[in-house]
Design a protein around this ligand. Structure first.
Ligand SMILES: Nc1ncnc2c1ncn2[C@@H]1O[C@H](COP(=O)(O)OP(=O)(O)O)[C@@H](O)[C@H]1O
Ligand SMILES: [Mg+2]
Length: 574
């Protein structure tokens, strides 16, 4: 028997207009209006027997209608309207299956069709049916529906990752916990594959089989001689694209910038050629470009640049010399290069030593980052801590890791590919709006936009996480098909998220500022119903990173903290 065994007497009102997926219902009895709340569910009679349409109440209006009734000379009356966004069809049966909910609209309601509130027992039964729609064992879930806390809200894990997802919410709304909840379930899959960009070391407490931790090597890690086996990641300069090298070493405003860029390209190319020649890698020699991941010796590059910068060529008269074409024009680039080379905070780029110049070294790095199983057969979520990467080059470095992942997927024959997700926390820091900022941002955006647009083909998924949706690049956001919106208090951020939601759900987004901590509005491909979900606590909780100023100000501060800091600052070592 149908769970929607309504009798006509239960009807709230009748449909008076239909516009594609939006239906207006006139509520005859204004007392019933009190039972109607925005974002609650409604059931509408369908023109097809055995089917009902399910909708979300998006607006409730009451107004006096003296004007409308003028002709009848009736005086004051009330018009009670309720706007419903249709979201799916409920079928009593489909072949052998009973009680099926589909996201498609297989019919539209007719004018005068009855509309009912979905509440009480009927709501419970309906939510249970939604929950059963997921295969519980292996399904992705964030938690329970706010509408019915007994019903688990399952998401379609394929669809969640297929078309990119966005997790947004103000600081402290629960994004990191939600991300941890997702990671924890991914880690339970035997060959899951993901890289988590952890900018503050927040995800360090996530420890379980299937999760590995790495950290982009900081000064202390380098001092201690940590290697990949200890979880220290080096990203040597030779992995940087030509554009990234230029953005690091060439000052855009310098009048010699074009010359410097040109020489950089030429000399890096020839340094890579030399490496390949010396190593006998003739097969690569024929086809490599300046962007190919081929090691080269940066000290040799500097020597070469110095030579060009001080070059003397024969003068017009025999026996005389004059300054070469680029004499003195590379000085600033060389100075920048030398500065960066000795900057301990950039040790992960320049101080990896001879080990990172091995031809096979890239194989080791990518095995750590993208290998989906290790010798224990454990799957792989790789959490990379970027907390010691200086913020001015953060976009370059995060996007470098993304580029490695994407390039690798691209160069893998399709039958050998294994999908990978990139979980991008604090995404506004390296996927900002285009315009204002520097070249580092542009390079990062080029890479992430490319992944957003083409990732699906190559099995690369983005999960973009940010507390400032209005500062995240719009092109990237518009490529996301799943939205997990948590509490958002800033009105710019709210309006960005509202624009991303389907028009018919306009009213649904009104609740964004009122969501509780750990509560999310989930809309998109992956969920059966646009839903408000109370997210479960993850087993291992991320570090909140909050400093309790007031409490700490009541504790004694360590005596030698300033002397230690100054000493470390000078020595560039913690
Ligand atoms: N699902 C949840 N259930 C209960 N409490 C939560 C939940 N998510 C977050 N919280 C609380 O909110 C705090 C901030 O959450 P967090 O995920 O770090 O926020 P964000 O990453 O959005 O800044 C947590 O320390 C925790 O106390
Ligand atoms: Mg967070």
């Amino acid at each position: 028997m149908s769970i929607f065994n309504y009798s006509i007497d239960d009807a709230l009102g009748k449909v008076i207009s239909v516009d594609t997926t939006t239906v207006i219902v006139e509520v005859a009895n204004s007392d019933l209006l009190k039972r109607l709340q925005v974002n609650r569910l409604a059931v509408l009679q369908s023109s097809k027997p055995g089917q009902h349409l399910i909708g979300l109440i998006s607006q409730v209006t009451r107004k006096k209608t003296t004007e409308l009734l003028e002709g009848e000379g009736e005086g004051v009356n009330e018009l009670n309207l309720c706007k419903v966004a249709l979201i799916g069809t409920f079928l009593d049966r489909d072949g052998a299956d009973e009680n099926i909910f589909r996201r498609t609209l297989e019919s539209v309601p007719e004018i005068d069709a009855n509309c009912f509130a979905l509440e009480g027992e009927k709501l419970t039964s309906f939510m249970r049916i939604l929950s059963r729609a997921g295969d519980e064992e292996s399904s992705l879930t964030l938690g329970q529906y706010t509408l019915d806390e007994q019903a688990t809200a399952y998401l379609n894990g394929n669809k969640f990752f297929q078309r990119h997802a966005f997790i947004g919410g103000s600081t402290g709304s629960g994004k990191s916990w939600t991300t941890a909840k997702i990671i924890e379930q991914m880690a339970n899959l035997s060959t899951s594959n993901a890289i988590v960009f952890d900018l503050h070391g927040e995800y360090e407490p996530l420890n379980q089989d299937g999760i590995k931790h790495f950290k982009v090597a900081g000064p202390a890690d380098i001092e201690a001689g940590k290697t990949l086996n200890d979880g220290a990641i080096y990203l040597p300069y030779w992995l940087l694209s030509y554009e990234a090298l230029v953005s690091m070493f060439v000052e855009r405003s310098d009048q010699n910038a074009p010359n410097q860029s040109m020489i950089m390209s030429r000399e890096v190319n020839s340094a890579k050629r030399k490496y390949l020649t010396d190593g006998g890698h003739n097969d690569v020699l024929d086809n490599f470009t300046v962007d190919s991941p081929v090691p080269f010796d940066i000290q040799e590059l500097i020597n070469e640049l110095n030579e060009i910068n001080t070059e003397q060529v024969p003068g017009a008269r025999a026996g005389t010399t004059k300054a070469g074409e680029f004499n003195g024009k590379l000085s600033r680039m060389i100075a920048r290069l030398e500065n960066k080379l000795s900057d301990r905070r950039l040790g992960f780029l320049f101080q990896g030593g001879t080990d990172t110049l091995r031809f096979d070294w890239l194989q080791d790095l990518t095995t750590a980052l993208l290998g989906s199983t290790d010798e224990n057969g454990v799957g792989g979520i790789k959490i990379i801590n970027f907390s010691e990467v200086p913020s001015d080059i953060l976009p370059l470095i995060v996007s470098l890791v993304a580029r490695i992942a994407f390039s690798l997927q691209q160069w893998t024959p399709s039958d050998l590919r294994h999908p990978v997700a990139l979980m991008c926390d604090e995404a506004h820091l390296y996927m900002p709006q285009r315009n204002s900022s520097g070249a580092a941002d542009d390079i990062s955006l080029d890479i992430f936009e490319r992944i957003a647009k083409e990732g699906r083909k190559y099995g690369v998924s983005l999960v973009v996480i940010s507390q400032r949706p209005s500062e995240v690049n719009k092109t990237l956001l518009s490529q996301c098909s799943n939205f997990v919106s948590m509490r958002l208090t800033n009105s710019d951020d709210q309006s960005v998220v509202k624009k991303l939601l389907p028009d018919s759900l306009g009213g649904f987004s009104e609740i964004l500022p009122t969501l509780d901590t750990g509560e999310a509005l989930v809309v998109g491909d992956a969920c059966l119903l646009p839903s408000r979900i109370r997210v479960d606590e993850p087993v291992n909780k991320p570090n909140s990173g909050t400093i309790d100023f007031w409490d700490e100000w009541q504790e004694a501060a360590p005596a030698d903290r300033l002397a230690t800091a100054i000493n470390n600052w000078r020595k560039q070592n913690i």
